[in-house]
Ligand binder design. Structure first.
Ligand code: BGC
Length: 458
């Protein structure tokens, strides 16, 4: 097997690039839907379908594409995802009617879900232990960049009759780039060792480390854990070895969504319009938030390997919970004067900062790095399916809950979820920072063998 020598930066960039399509395809629709709805004369119900079709597709994509990586490796499936991205983007851009649009958005969702179940593990398996958190957070960085590009294209193309078609079809460009990247990217050294391709694995590890001795030691560690050659099954995923990680992944994936990240982002333009920004200025403010998001996520990339993941989750949940309460208070006061609206806008910005620096990236990093090697793909995939399902439920319940409770009160509900998540993190998560993937797995084995001696969390 031929391994091209590439720089670590190149591998990280193309390895994370699928996140850009994830962000773009989920972000673009909020702007495009207004125009689509007018031109294709959609009912409210049909609008809902066009928006949530990606979510439905993503659940399917995460369930089907991710687990295959334990058998075929990540590279081939990243290539497959890029082809699906390309077809979905072109099809949705040229969709003649509602049905084509929904079908093409489901296809896009397949690729988005696939990317979310492949990339965190791929990046984790590529990076050296002391850089793994930062490298795997590049996935979230790409998601945020994709969302920002979507906001900008929404803003620039808003006046054009067929602007929405360009908005949707534009995603074909990064899909092409991902295809080229997928073609030249190496397979992960962990997968290569499991396949018995030791020479290729050594060559890939050497791209990230100049010290031959360290490369050799890492290779030995991987070989030790890779003794189970076959790809694991669902029985392994639910078995006693990976159970603590399974509970952790499920909880993190559910809380990340039920703490309200997508509804707050969705609500941002309305809050800015309430303060008195015009529609266009509110959309500009939206772009401002997009830029802010990218900057804060960059901070997360820099600090990820310096602060324990559990601490980041706990600080993040406090910050998000408190800002949600302030946001609700602000919204309730907004009828009585400008103070309330400003309070809501500032609290919203602080909420987003906490999310982007903590729960946004950390959830994906942890589900990508914590499962044992022979079910790592399956485990990441499971976490992604739970996350997309929670995302779909939160999106679908948002409109009815909003009319039942009103915005102010609804955000209190998400704040409660933030505070419950703090308890969950204390009790059920396992610290992974600074440990190699092999050390994380060895600790799981140790824990399984001493089930009665140790508490589940540490
Ligand atoms: C979440 C998505 C969210 C995105 C941007 C990701 O970590 O999983 O649901 O849309 O961040 O906020």
């Amino acid at each position: 097997m031929k391994v091209h020598k590439l720089s670590a930066g190149f591998i990280y960039f193309f390895g994370a690039l699928g996140g850009l399509l994830f962000g773009y395809d989920t972000g673009v629709i909020s702007g495009a839907i207004l125009f689509i709805s007018k031109q294709l004369t959609l009912t409210k119900w049909q609008e809902g379908w066009v928006v949530s079709a990606v979510l439905v597709g993503a659940i399917l994509g995460a369930a089907v594409i991710g687990p295959l990586s334990d058998r075929f490796g990540h590279r081939k499936l990243l290539l497959l995802s890029s082809i699906i991205f390309f077809i979905g983007a072109m099809w949705s851009g040229f969709a003649p009617d509602f049905l084509h649009l929904v079908a093409s958005r489901i296809v896009l969702g397949l690729a988005v879900g696939g990317a979310s179940s492949l990339i965190p593990t791929y990046l984790s398996e590529m990076a050296p232990a002391d850089k793994r958190g930062g490298v795997a957070s590049l996935f979230q960085m790409m998601i945020m960049t994709g969302i920002l590009i979507a906001y900008i294209s929404n803003y620039l193309l808003q006046g054009l009759t067929f602007g929405w078609r360009i908005m949707l079809a534009l995603a074909a460009l990064p899909a092409l780039l991902l295809f080229i990247g997928g073609w030249v990217l190496p397979e992960s050294p962990r997968f290569l060792v499991r396949e018995g391709k030791m020479l290729a694995a050594r060559q890939v590890l050497a791209m990230f480390n100049n010290d031959d001795k360290l490369v050799e030691a890492e290779l030995d560690d991987i070989a030790l854990q890779a003794q189970t050659k076959s790809a694991g099954s669902l029985a392994d995923l639910f078995g006693p070895l990976s159970r603590p990680v399974l509970i952790m992944a499920m909880g993190l994936a559910i809380f990340q969504q039920t703490m309200g990240c997508n509804t707050v982002l969705y609500y941002a333009p309305t809050i800015f319009t309430d303060i008195g920004f015009g529609i266009s200025a509110a959309l500009m403010a939206h772009i401002g938030i997009g830029i802010f998001n990218v900057i804060v996520t960059w901070v997360a990339v820099m600090i990820m390997d310096k602060i324990d993941r559990k601490k980041m989750l706990i600080y993040g949940a406090w910050g998000m919970g408190i800002s949600l309460i302030l946001m609700s208070v602000g919204m309730q006061l907004s009828g009585t004067g400008k103070f309330g609206s400003y309070l809501a806008a500032i609290a919203l910005t602080i909420y987003i900062a906490f999310f982007s620096a903590t729960w946004g990236p950390v959830m994906w990093v942890m589900i990508g790095e914590s499962f044992p090697l022979n079910i790592r793909g399956l485990g990441n995939s499971f976490g992604a399916v739970v996350n997309w399902t929670a995302n779909t439920i939160v999106s679908l319940t948002f409109p009815p809950l909003l009319s039942a409770f009103g915005t102010g009160n609804l955000f209190y509900l998400y704040a409660v979820m933030c505070f419950i998540s703090i308890w969950f993190v204390h009790k059920f998560t396992i610290e992974t920072r600074g440990r190699s993937l092999e050390q994380i797995e060895a600790r799981l084995r140790h824990r399984k063998n001493h089930l009665n001696d140790e508490p589940v969390a540490n």
